[in-house]
Design a protein around this ligand. Structure first.
Ligand code: GLV
Ligand code: GLV
Length: 320
């Protein structure tokens, strides 16, 4: 029997997998993030950790767990919260949950595109604030998506899911990516790869789907916003620090770009106060994977990963 520490509340089917495999499961059973000191206590003696993206998995945490630790199963596709190098050095297998949240996150990206371009958040705020309104020929006009260009940064699973949705709304797709997408995906999406400069210049909606790493830190800043069309929108469902939030506020305020839809923030859960003042920013609290189905699938995949490593097997989705 191994000791598995789960650092926050996860859907029960995930816990069931761990228990059925015969492990002792210790869950921080709260929606509130566990204080770090307490977390360092909780992980002591763990053979496996299931971690949420709000936990920093670093040398300190691994030290606190101890040498018997075999696996860190992050319950997220993004793993910028995990120091993968340190895990590797110590022979701790790190895993994430790719695939299972692709469609849910594509839905949120498309939702943000619609909200931003059709000014749905502004409209909602008007009605809820009791401000008088009536239908008007020129009232709250947004911009349509037909024949516009979606620029995808990072054409992985979520980028492709978003592009499929955008195609159904009549958009054309271009993308920039570290590597060329498979030919059949390009054909399906009618998409071709361009460099970032071209992507910035040609996109009517730019949607971020790259992982966060030092290489993508502030990928979009003042220079990049200046290179975009004044009619363009930026959507971020990836990680907050891919955008220089202060520069985004300036771009939104000065009309350098038309609007933004954000599911993630540079210093979560803090939101740059300037964004709160921008009517042309749609702001939602990191809901990309937040469906019952998806969170359940994330929990079960993370549990499968942990159970496999503890059994001496190859886990379904190791971080490579
Ligand atoms: C959510 O943001 C994830 O990375 O799973
Ligand atoms: C709008 O509501 C219309 O009927 O055209």
């Amino acid at each position: 029997m191994s000791r598995v520490v789960v650092t926050g509340r996860i859907p029960k089917p995930g816990l069931d997998i761990l228990r059925r495999a015969g492990h002792e499961v210790d869950v921080w059973d709260s929606e509130d993030q566990q204080p770090r000191e307490q977390l360092l206590e909780q992980v002591r003696g763990a053979d496996a950790l299931l971690t949420l993206l709000t936990e920093k998995v670093d040398a300190e945490l691994l030290d606190a767990a101890g040498d018997q630790l075999q696996v860190v199963a992050n319950v997220a596709v993004g793993y910028n919260n995990v120091d993968v190098e340190v895990c590797r050095e110590r022979g701790v297998v790190a895993t994430n949950t790719p695939g299972v949240l692709t469609e849910a996150t594509g839905d949120i990206a498309m939702g943000l595109i619609l909200m931003a371009t059709r000014r749905l958040g502004e409209g909602e705020r008007i009605i809820r604030s009791g401000t008088p309104w009536q239908w008007g020929m020129f009232y709250l006009l947004g911009s349509g998506l037909q024949r516009k260009t979606l620029g995808v940064v990072g054409l992985g699973g979520i980028g492709a899911a978003t592009a499929r949705r955008a195609r159904a709304f009549g958009m054309n797709v271009i993308y920039s990516s570290r590597s060329q997408a498979p030919r059949d995906l390009e054909l399906e999406l009618g998409a071709h790869r361009v460099d970032l400069d071209t992507l910035l210049a040609e996109s009517d909606v730019l949607s971020l789907h790259c992982p966060y790493s030092p290489a993508t830190h502030h990928l979009l800043g003042s220079e990049e916003f200046a290179a975009m069309k004044p009619s363009a929108y930026v959507v971020n469902t990836a990680r907050g620090p891919v955008i220089d939030e202060a520069a985004l506020v300036e771009a939104l305020q000065s009309g350098q770009i038309a609007g933004a839809g954000l599911d993630v923030f540079e210093d979560e859960p803090e939101v740059h106060p300037g964004l709160l003042e921008c009517e042309n920013a749609v702001l939602v609290p990191h809901l990309g994977s937040a469906t019952i189905e998806t969170r359940t699938a994330m929990a079960t995949l993370a549990a499968d990963n942990a159970v496999a490593v503890l059994a001496g097997e190859e886990p379904p989705s190791p971080i490579r």
